[in-house]
Ligand binder design. Structure first.
Ligand SMILES: C[S@@+](CC[C@H](N)C(=O)[O-])C[C@H]1O[C@@H](n2cnc3c(N)ncnc32)[C@H](O)[C@@H]1O
Length: 205
């Protein structure tokens, strides 16, 4: 699957992406426990920018937000006058693995609702990008519920084993070399539909 095909697929989802508030809730919950005052936060596969904007509550000096889809990034940037009037966030269209950031330059790596499109190779890149002691926060879908099928399945790399429980979610980070790993289940009960993912927080050694 080429990057162009992926970008075209996600471009097609951009217009109505923000109608679904679940992704915003996941991004907020990922950011909420992180310490304030980072120099650089990177948001990997930012989409319409939920995690990048949530990161502003940490009072970062800079946020770098990257996504393959021009239409998703355009939607994200359109919110900047209201949500980031001082221009803390830099938006970039392109592949997020590897992140266009220098080695050991980031204090925080965020990846909300996107690991299943990036695959396990992302972890090595996050170790590269993070400063020692830098923080990683990502969400991951449960293997018990996630059943990609049809054309969508082509977007899902096969190097990632989807966790069945919190221990398995945390093991994705610890087996990649991260330390101080915690994982919890995050659930939103929307009445007609209950959705949940695992939230993982970890530290670069
Ligand atoms: C489900 S959305 C999640 C977006 C956002 N992080 C959020 O929390 O709402 C998945 C995003 O991953 C992006 N994506 C998929 N593969 C990518 C890649 N290799 N590099 C950069 N972005 C990618 C898509 O364009 C899409 O915007």
């Amino acid at each position: 699957m080429s990057d162009e095909s992926r970008a075209a697929f996600f471009d097609g989802t951009a217009e109505h992406y923000d109608d679904d508030t679940f992704h915003a809730s996941v991004a907020e919950a990922l950011v909420e426990p992180l310490p304030s005052g980072p120099e650089l936060v990177v948001d990997v596969a930012t989409g319409t920018g939920f995690a990048a904007y949530a990161a502003l509550q940490l009072k970062p000096a800079r946020v770098l937000a990257v996504d393959l889809s021009p239409a998703m990034v355009a939607r994200a940037e359109a919110k900047a006058p209201a949500q980031d009037p001082s221009g803390v966030i830099t938006w970039q269209v392109g592949p997020a693995v590897p992140m266009p950031a220098a080695d050991h330059s980031a204090d925080v790596v965020l990846c909300a609702s996107s690991l299943h499109f990036l695959g396990a190779v992302a972890f090595a890149d996050w170790l590269r990008v993070l400063k020692p002691g830098g923080r990683l926060a990502f969400s991951v879908v449960s293997g018990a519920r996630f059943r990609p099928s049809g054309p969508f399945a082509e977007f899902v790399p096969d190097d990632l084993s989807f966790p069945l429980d919190e221990a398995g979610a945390g093991a994705l980070a610890s087996s990649a070399g991260f330390v101080a790993v915690t994982a919890r289940t995050f659930t939103v009960d929307g009445g007609d539909r209950v959705r949940s993912v695992f939230l993982v927080h970890a530290t670069a050694p």
